[in-house]
Each structure stands twice: as structure tokens, then as C-alpha cells.
Design a protein around this ligand. Sequence first.
Ligand code: SF4
Length: 767
Amino acid sequence: MPNPPGDEPKDPLTVTPPKKWAAGVPAVVHALEYSLGQTSPWRAGVTLLTMNQVAGIDCPGCAWADPSPGHRHRNEYCENGAKHINDEATTRRVTADFFRRHTVSELGRRSDMWLNHQGRLTEPMVKRPGSDHYEPIGWDDAFGLLSQELISLDSPDEAVFYTSGRAGNEAAFVLQLFARALGTNNLPDCSNMCHESSGFALHQTLGTGKGTVSLHDLHHADLIFLVGQNPGTNHPRQLSALEQAKQNGARIIAVNPLPEAGLLRFKNPQQVNGVLGHGVQIADRFLHIRPGGDLALFQGLNRLLVEAEDTNPGRVLDHDFIRANTSGFEEFSRHARAIDWTDVVTATGLTREEIEKVHDEVLRSRRVIVCWAMGVTQHKHGVPTVREIVNFLMLRGNLGRAGAGACPVRGHSNVQGDRTMGIWEQMPDSFLDALQQEFGFDPPRAHGLDSVNSIRAMREGRIKFFLALAGNFVRAAPDSAVTEEAMRRCRLTAHISTKLNRSHTVCGQTALILPTLGRTERDIQAGGEQFVTVENSMSEVHTSRGRLKPASKLLLSEVAILCRLASRTLSGKADIPWKQFEADYGRIRDYISRIVPGLHDFNRRVARPGGITLPNPVNEGVFPTPQGKALFTCNAWQMPHAPEGHLLLQTLRSHDQWNTIPYSSNDRYRGIHGSRRVVLVNPADLRELGLSEGRHVDLVSVWTDDVERRAEDFVVVPYPTTRGSAAAYYPETNVLVPLDSVAESSNQPTSKGIVVRLEPRRTASQR
Ligand code: SF4
């Protein structure tokens, strides 16, 4: 199935050498250029000067933490954050007239970039059954349509409520409350596709699904691992934290299949050395690992640590920590001793000497942090890999100690907060009991559907109603053709959105666009001006307050949309004060105070500069697993394998992209300009495959079913990927990720480990 063709003007592809450093003056220039292309200097100024400031707008770009109040810079944002916020603050508008001029089918043929560039949605629209046009609909009629559809379902489990991590805490809380009062736990979210493996493994081994470190810990670590992550593009202000860590003497080991610019050197545009000088070297050591080789790397390191303890008893492992806090060490150490070096070397593509050098660094370091992202989680063995990282940290007591710990780096700005608010298809009974006590209804207890299972259920015709709170589900999900077909089987699909995206063009029989306020905009309700709250990757909950005039008078806030829909659908069914919630979000937070552990007295505490840091039991020496201890685990060997003539493909984002939305066809750091339909392959592999630079190929993925998954017309670019692997952009290559290719236990799509072959491009007559 081909991808939707792009229709942005095609510049000829040019390729220059990859950059060896990130940020610097070019980042400032690009950020300003993009911002001023979207909005007026005044609006750009308002957004940028209040962004990530106390009582300002939380950057929707990613979930990286802000420095504590009093330590923030006047410009506390990165290139990508600036682009993203002004992409939302754009002065371009999508009106009813736009939809009169464009059919849904035509919009479906436009590129992601084109759709996004049309601007902000301004009024509710409906596409009725049999029609190929969206037409205006009043809010009241829209709620009537939605609630009628929900009421007519045979079972509440025929509805799915998806949340993207842009949604604030209050909207997320209201959505899960509505879904559960209706009678379903079908609450998939974007976390299912990015860090579900982290949450599952951390929960299983430590009793909490969240990371354990703060910015302060990062600043004071001795050794920091960056595994399967690309901070220069995906969470650029992490580089400032790493710069500070280096100034305090930390060493950094980057582990990645691609030598990304942001892993190598950082030129901080707020420092003289970053503007005029050479900046700061980030990675002291770069491990050019095969995709999916991280489990083997940490198993090799763990074997070395266990053996080093045999040679130097009492001097390598932290026996006090292990004895007091953990369970399963004996079995684990037997397993670690049996790890085979040939397997480790083959899976990682590293030499034993390289791994031994890392081990020496570990021995010299008292405080160690491991940061990781989707390069770890989006593999079949994402869960065991995170468990092995936990083993590694526990061996030397690097949990709960200042300057040490586990740091899963999350992408979407409030993806962690949404989960805290109950957006999860399997919330524990303690949370459901608290809902019952506060609101007097009995929430469903059976687990609901996550993202992959929602698509499967849609495909089988078991889901009739799909509502998305933000996001671009169709483009974020794997197996694009299958997902789109599944979505089209729904009776009604609805999206609460700020901007147009491909999900609006893949419709159920009836489809609704429900336009909403963005983070940048003032939110005035009956009870006065409102703010929302968000939680970053480091469990800090704080406020976000928009400053700009809303893009249209017809916009409603996310909370208002959900409260009105819930009130209409559930009228009299549960004792929930929807009207009061809409009028004053503080009333929602009052309930959250009593339901979510750690958020007591929410309204008062979150109003303080810097907000609230949620307690992390691990840092208090408490491991809330069933055993009451942190668990060592023995993780089965996994070796990612591509048969001869094939490559292991990982999907990735370009530097000029925010999640599913590319802002241009350029990827400045990787030296790709003018096209995104490129596949990056190691020159030696190209020689073996008989392919040359610039050749046009189709990417075809190999899976156990008979379905052909093909991404058409990609240009081959020689690039320093590890041998046997390739890389290409997301979401264009999501079409290659089979829906059933998921990580064990977490059900997360395996977007970093797809077996593909490169075929000569098919001609028009062959298609
Ligand atoms: S690092 Fe993330 S949160 Fe911070 S400004 Fe950049 S995109 Fe926004």
C-alpha cells in the first residue's frame, strides 16, 4: 500500500555531510525564521518570552523539565520548542470556506506538511455519511450527534477514547472520568506507542512506572549513559543539563546506531563559548551499536560487574543496597555469569574491548544515570532491555541515591501527567475505588484497550465510536494502511484538535472536527480565567497559562468540550458536577487532590512557583512491588536478526519535525535537504546489496503474514548507520510496521526493528 503522496513543492534532494555539533547560532536563526513565518513579531515575542517561565506557557514540544524558579534564563526554550509554539500561534486560519473548496478525498492526498501549514481550525465541522465534504455544525448539534451515537451503542466497550500527550491534566482527568462513568476502560494513549515498555518494566521491577531522577541529579552525576535517544532534536534542552553535568565533571557515554549531532557536541546559544567558540563535547565515548543491541550491552556490562566482584570481593557491588532493597540477586548473578561474549559482540556490533572500557568507567563512577528513549523501547525486547538497565543500576546501588538513577526521557509534553490522571486502560483498583468513593458510580474493572488493541478491535468491527483528545492517531499508529482501514469501519470518529492533520481525512461514516484552544491562548470560563497543569518527565507538576487571544470565537477549551459532551450523554447517570468543572478547573483539581496520591491540596501547592514534585517511592527507599523489594530479573537472550539481503530498519524523526508533523523537507543535522523520502544505509551494506547512492528503491517489510507492506520511492543515501541497519523517517515508514509486531508484554509497536528489503522502485505499470 503506497503512502499518501506529498504535494509540497519538491526541491531536488541534496545531501551534505552530517553535522558534528547541535544548536549554536543556526538554531536561533532557524527558530526565528520559522516563528516569524507563522505569526507576527508581537505574538512570537509573547509566546517566546513567557514560554517555560513561572506562570507562563508550558512548551508543548516535549516533556523535558525546567530549571527551578530563580535559575531560569530569559529565553528558556530550544529551537524546536520555539518552532512548535509558534506553529500553534500561527495567524493562518482554516475556515468553513476552506472545507467548501476541498473535499475530504482531496485533503487525504495532501501531505502532512501541507495540512499542518493551513493554520488553525476555527469552527466545528461535520462530515455526514455519504458526503465527501466537511460542513459547519453548531456546537450544540455536534454534542447532540456525539451523545446520540454513544447512547445508541450496544455496549460502552464499543467506544474508544484516545489521548495524546498534549492534553493537560484537567482535560485528561475529565476524559477518563467520562469514559469510566459511561462504562468503559478503553483509554489508549500515545504512551502506548513511545514508552509503554519503560512503564511496564519499571513497574514490574521497581513498583513505579516513572523515572527516578531530577535535573539536580543529572547535574551532579559522575557518569551518564544516553541510550537510544537523540537529545539534539527530540528534547534539546537536555543538552543544557548535560553541559552543566560536564562542567561539574561528569562523563557521558552515548549509545546509538547513528552518530547524531546532539550526541557529539553542543553549542549553547546562551553562552559565549556556544556562540563564538567550539561549545562543549557531549559524548566522551560513543558506542556505535546495532539497533536492538542494548540488552546485550547491559548484559555484557552486568557480567563484567559480577565477575569484577569475584576478583575484588566487597569493592564492586553495593551489597548493602542489594541486601536491604532487592530480591532475586543470586539467580540473576548465576544468569549474568552465563552470558556468552560471542552473542554480545554479535548483537551489539561492538568489540569486547569497547565494552570493557565502559565497564572501567562504571567502576570509577559512584553516581550513574541511564537515560533512554525510543531506541530502547520500540523493540520486541524493549521490556527486558529496560529490566536489564534496572539490574545494571541496582548492582552498584545507583537507585535512590543523589546523582544516580533511571531516566526514561519522554516526548509528548504531558504524556506522563495524562497517565497520572488515569488515562490507562488498566488503572489499579486503588484509583478506581477512589473514583467510586468520590463520584458514587462503580467504574468498570475489566481492562480496556490500548492503542494496538483498539486498532485490532476497529478492524474487526467491534468499535463503533472513536474520539481523540488531541494528536494525530492515524499517522502516529503503526501499519498505516491497516489503521486507516480500521478507522474507516467506525460509525463515528471525532477529533478535538487545534490544527488540521491526516486523521481528519480518514473518517468513520460520520466524522467531526471539534476545534479547541491551544496552550498559547487565554482560557476564559464562567468562573474567570483558567490555567491548566502538566507533569514533565521528572514528575514535576506545574501550571500553564496561555496569553494570546484565541484563534476564533467559536473555539471551546478541551475541558469545556468534554464536560458538555459528558453532561449531555450521561445526564443524571452519575453525580458529577460537569458544569462546575467547566466553569472552574480548580473544582476538577479539588477532586484530583483526593484521588491521585501525591497531589493533595493541589490548588494551593501548584500555585507556588515551580509547582509540585510528585513523590517517587524509589527515592524514599520504598519499592512497591508485591514483594516489597526491587526485583533483579533474568532476561532471555534476544538477538535482532535480519536475514541475508535484508536490513534492520529504524524509523526516526528529522530535526525539522514535531512528532507526526514535518515542518520542512530538511534535516539539517543529518545533512538531508529537499526530501524526506530517503533511506540511510551504511556504504558497505550498499556495496553488498549492489545499490548505489541516489538509487530509487521501494522499502518492503518482511513479516509473518501474507500482507505486502511497501513504502514507495525512497532515495538511497549512504550514511554511517551500523552494518546491517538502515534508517528512514517516521511517519512515512509507519506503513512498514506490522500491527502485530509488538514488544513483549507492553504491546508497543516495534518501530525501531523492522526487517526490510530494498527493491528497485516499481514503475507505474507494475503498481
Ligand atoms: S526541550 Fe522540549 S520542552 Fe524544552 S523548549 Fe525544547 S521542545 Fe520545549
